[in-house]
Write a protein that binds this ligand. Structure first.
Ligand SMILES: *[C@@H]1O[C@H](CO)[C@@H](O)[C@H](O)[C@H]1NC(C)=O
Ligand SMILES: *[C@@H]1O[C@H](CO)[C@@H](O)[C@H](O)[C@H]1NC(C)=O
Ligand SMILES: *[C@@H]1O[C@H](CO)[C@@H](O)[C@H](O)[C@H]1NC(C)=O
Length: 412
């Protein structure tokens, strides 16, 4: 079994040190860094930010460094020192028999302001600022901080697991029914994007989550001022390996290969207007059956964004046992819960509701299986709800997980 010392830990130690420095300095509620502490922060930033070969800008005004593929933060991971990864890597995926359509929904072609993103051999990485690090101190602990496989409703009682989430979080989700023999090689969904109103340290998100024990991977969208410093709807990934975790590329663990899709990109152009236009995006996490790496695939073209190397996992090195789809919100103690999804309870109409549709898992042999049976879990039905049902439009019909709600913000 590999020894799991990794950079996450180092990162968390940095945050811990900063936390104490700041709480000491912050007695009066002011956060003034002394010169030496400021210097320490600078030193950490230097470790996290890699030299830029080119600097590019999205049409939303976000600035990205094009970082040499081989210098990306992922390779600071001690278990990836001897990797033989390269920028032309392609997964061998048995499931998504890519019938690469000429779909216009290619994410990479639409985001850059002018000269089309980063050059081959580099990957786009948002430069981490002092503010980013200081805000991260206030990120809540991840709700996944609970080991829970065994707690799943073994009784087949669909009331779901108890006390699974740390206080402050609320979910409205669907997940694969508990089965001790679950062996998933991937999962996916098509989801639409909203921009629920959050402020302060609240956040509101929708995600696909795959898990075995304390190893958890997520992809989705979120509005999270603590993480991003703004209230835009943004793409995100989250990586958890045992007690260590982070968003996007803040820790080493995810190898980017795509030159055009940043992990934290704004989705504001694709945000749905309830009852009006709706945009949707496909999100897959799928294991390469040859290498065991978990690939992140986005858009109808299954664009290959990058992968979590098999080396960093123990359980997930082989397969996932649990998959979840749906909404999650957070607010700190004493602060009202923010809206989720469309900010309204679902009414059974995909033009009005936030949804995850066409949800799939890949079974042990990597074959796509449509998920038609799920366990719904809703923490507080007075704030959020979730419905799993088939909706027809024209000649096609899909199974939809429709989720969302106003939280503690009253509906108009
Ligand atoms: C790919 O798409 C074309 C056109 O829609 C269709 O005719 C063909 O059967 C598809 N191929 C596969 C492998 O799905
Ligand atoms: C399911 O669990 C709930 C809560 O423990 C309990 O009230 C209910 O009776 C159970 N239902 C069945 C069918 O066992
Ligand atoms: C995997 O899924 C395919 C397609 O549904 C099915 O034919 C096959 O029997 C499944 N394999 C296993 C091991 O469950």
């Amino acid at each position: 079994m590999p020894i799991k010392i990794n950079k996450f830990m180092m990162h968390q130690k940095i945050l811990l040190i900063l936390y104490f420095l700041l709480s000491y300095d912050g007695v009066q509620g002011e956060r003034i860094l002394s010169k030496s502490k400021d210097a320490e922060l600078e030193r950490q930033l230097k470790l996290l930010n890699k030299p830029a070969i080119k600097i590019v800008q999205t049409k939303y005004g976000d600035i990205y460094d094009c970082v040499d593929f081989y210098k990306q933060h992922a390779f600071d991971h001690p278990l990836l020192k001897d990797h033989n990864f390269h920028p032309k890597m392609k997964p061998t995926l048995s499931s998504t028999k890519k019938n690469a359509s000429d779909s216009t929904s290619s994410w990479s072609s639409t985001i850059w302001s002018k000269d089309g993103g980063c050059p081959f051999g580099t990957v786009p990485v948002k430069r981490i600022t002092k503010d980013d690090i200081l805000r991260q101190i206030h990120l809540p602990p991840p709700p996944e901080d609970v080991t829970f496989d065994a707690q799943f409703d073994v009784s087949n009682n669909n009331s779901g697991p108890k006390e699974r989430y740390i206080s402050g979080y609320k979910v409205a989700i669907a997940r694969t029914p508990y089965d001790a023999n679950n062996k998933f090689k991937g999962a996916g969904m098509v989801t639409n994007f909203y921009n629920p109103e959050v402020s302060g340290r609240q956040h509101s998100a929708c995600r696909l989550k795959i898990q075995q024990g304390s190893e958890i991977l997520q992809v989705g969208w979120r509005v999270d001022p603590t993480l991003y410093g703004d209230t835009k709807t943004r793409l995100y990934i989250h990586t958890q390996v045992d007690k260590t975790n982070c968003f996007n590329t803040f820790c080493s663990g995810f190898v980017q290969v795509n030159t055009g899709i940043p992990l934290d990109m704004s989705l504001m152009d694709s945000v749905a207007h309830r009852g009006g236009t709706t945009f949707e995006g496909r999100m897959y996490i799928e294991q390469d059956l040859d290498s065991g790496n978990w690939w992140l695939l986005l858009s109808d073209n299954y664009e290959q964004v990058g992968f979590w190397p098999q080396e960093i996992f123990t359980g997930l090195a082989s397969f996932a046992t649990n998959v979840e789809w749906g909404g999650v919100v957070y607010s700190p103690p004493g602060v009202p819960k923010p809206p989720m999804g469309s900010s309204y309870f679902p009414i059974g109409d995909n033009l009005y509701d936030a949804f995850c549709r066409s949800i799939i898992v890949l079974n042990e042999t990597g074959m796509v299986n449509q998920v038609d049976k799920v366990t719904i879990h809703i923490d507080n039905p007075n704030m959020y709800q979730a419905i799993f049902e088939r909706l027809e439009s024209d000649k096609v019909s899909y199974l939809f997980l429709l989720y969302g709600g106003p939280g503690e913000k009253s509906q108009i």
